[in-house]
Design a protein around this ligand. Structure first.
Ligand SMILES: Cc1cc2nc3c(=O)[nH]c(=O)nc-3n(C[C@H](O)[C@H](O)[C@H](O)COP(=O)(O)OP(=O)(O)OC[C@H]3O[C@@H](n4cnc5c(N)ncnc54)[C@H](O)[C@@H]3O)c2cc1C
Length: 418
């Protein structure tokens, strides 16, 4: 899969955080780059995430024992997981691989692969934000996980042990220290953990937009057309075929997030990509500003202070790309949020749903493929903002034929999926 690709015209499909980061890193290497996206930069899943850059994160979604916890989560109407039952037959193969990924030895391997990229997540952003002059959009203060009971804190121990093994720095706070540390939260929490390595952006959508503006100012192009196919020549794709016509390219990167599966198939690769739908509630008049994102450990809920207000985000709904949003899932977030922040003002709130592009083992695809001029950058699941910039840097290495500073085997598109 190693290639030597002289600077040429590269098409990047997708203007989310992953595609725009990739386009910028390719541009820095001297390539002429065109982004193809029918929408504007950051208008897909990158629009509404919790804005957390989880440096040194290393816990897959499929942790050991998850299979036994799922029924309880599904039965709890305020729980972190919901499923659209009519979608279950389609999801089954993905779910089987998800369960296989939760075996202890696999979790250890997966965790190392996740950490190998997330350890450089902030550095990779700083290269870009420094050049653009927007370093202040990323704040490095950590995040606070709060736990409602001894039981939920005990359940988190496997995750904390895993993070400790990967060198993630955190401090455990006692009950009476929590409100001293973060006065905006209620006094009901029994335990808390301050994860010091994490950062957040004060405007996740603004971040993609500013990066995209810089890309255009440096001569990059954005073609607002939907990619439908490729013309494949003897040496790989020669044209991107869109809803409006054909565009000649020398190379192509698929970075279309949750919509990458059919495009990868056209380039010869089947991938077990599905979606974990997630929701947010944006509170422009919250009147509460925590110093850093606050995570409710037992409920998959995050509250992040943003320039535009306080955002409650999270929950997982398994239901594919087609079903309409179920805003009751957003209301679950609102319920949790009003418990965490008893004085929060929820007027003028706005709801949003997005599609996390998820592979069963939580390890994103950052890879070349069967054609020497086609690369893949998607499947970032819960950590696409975190790993957006580092993915761009690694793809630029692969395109240039430079050996990346980490082993790229775990991220390959043709890896064994079990
Ligand atoms: C509720 C929620 C909270 C989250 N919180 C966090 C967090 O705090 N930290 C974190 O790291 N991650 C978080 N995530 C995950 C993160 O948002 C995603 O992993 C990330 O946005 C994926 O980025 P992307 O660029 O791959 O995809 P997207 O942002 O979805 O971009 C893909 C783009 O491809 C375009 N596209 C699709 N098909 C085509 C086509 N055929 N032709 C041309 N263009 C096409 C789309 O229009 C879109 O603009 C969260 C996700 C959710 C849902």
């Amino acid at each position: 899969m190693a290639s030597q690709f002289t600077p040429g015209h590269i098409g990047v499909i997708g203007a989310g955080i992953v595609g725009v980061s990739t386009a910028l890193y390719l541009q820095r290497d001297g390539h002429r780059v065109t982004i193809f996206d029918q929408g504007g930069p950051g208008e897909g899943t990158s629009f509404g995430n919790a804005s957390v850059i989880a440096k040194n994160s290393a816990e897959p979604v499929a942790m050991p024992g998850i299979i036994w916890r799922v029924p309880g989560m599904l039965m709890d109407p305020l729980g972190p997981l919901a499923i659209r039952w009519q979608y279950l037959p389609k999801l089954m193969p993905w779910l089987v691989q998800f369960v296989l990924a939760s075996r202890k030895w696999r979790v250890e391997e997966i965790s190392k692969a996740m950490h190998a990229i997330s350890k450089d997540s902030i550095t990779a952003y700083r290269t870009l934000t420094g050049e653009i002059g927007i370093d202040d959009m990323i704040v490095e203060r950590g995040w606070l996980s709060v736990y409602g009971s001894d039981h939920s804190f005990a359940e988190a121990q496997t995750e904390l042990d895993l993070l400790k093994r990967r060198g993630n720095e955190f401090e455990i706070l006692k009950k009476d220290e929590i409100r001293q540390f973060e006065p905006t939260v209620g006094n009901q929490f029994a335990h808390a953990v301050w994860h010091k390595d994490y950062a957040h952006t004060v405007d996740n959508f603004g971040l993609v937009q500013r990066m995209a503006q810089h890309f255009l100012q440096r001569g990059g192009k954005h073609v607002r057309e939907r990619v439908e196919d490729f013309v494949i020549g003897p040496n790989g794709p020669t044209h991107v075929v869109t809803s409006a016509g054909r565009h000649a390219i020398d190379g192509v990167v698929v970075a279309a997030g949750a919509w990458s599966k059919p495009l990868s198939a056209k380039l010869g690769h089947w991938v077990p990509l599905d979606v974990e739908r997630g929701y947010h509630v944006m509170l422009p008049n919250a009147g509460v500003v925590p110093r850093m994102p606050v995570h409710m450990g037992d409920h998959g809920f995050v509250a992040t202070p943003l320039n535009g207000g306080l955002r409650f985000a999270g929950t997982v709904e398994l239901g594919g790309l087609e079903a309409p949003p179920n805003w009751k899932r957003a209301e679950v977030l609102l319920k949790h949020g009003t418990r965490v922040f008893p004085t929060v003002n929820t007027t003028d709130r706005r709801y949003w749903m997005g599609f996390r592009p998820s592979v069963p083992d939580s390890v994103p695809i950052i890879s070349g493929g069967r054609h020497p001029n086609a690369w893949f950058a998607f499947g970032h699941g819960h950590l696409g903002l975190t790993n957006g910039a580092i993915t761009g840097r690694l793809i630029a290495d692969l395109v240039a034929g430079r050996t990346p500073d980490i082993d790229m085997a775990p991220y390959r598109i043709d890896r064994p999926w079990n």
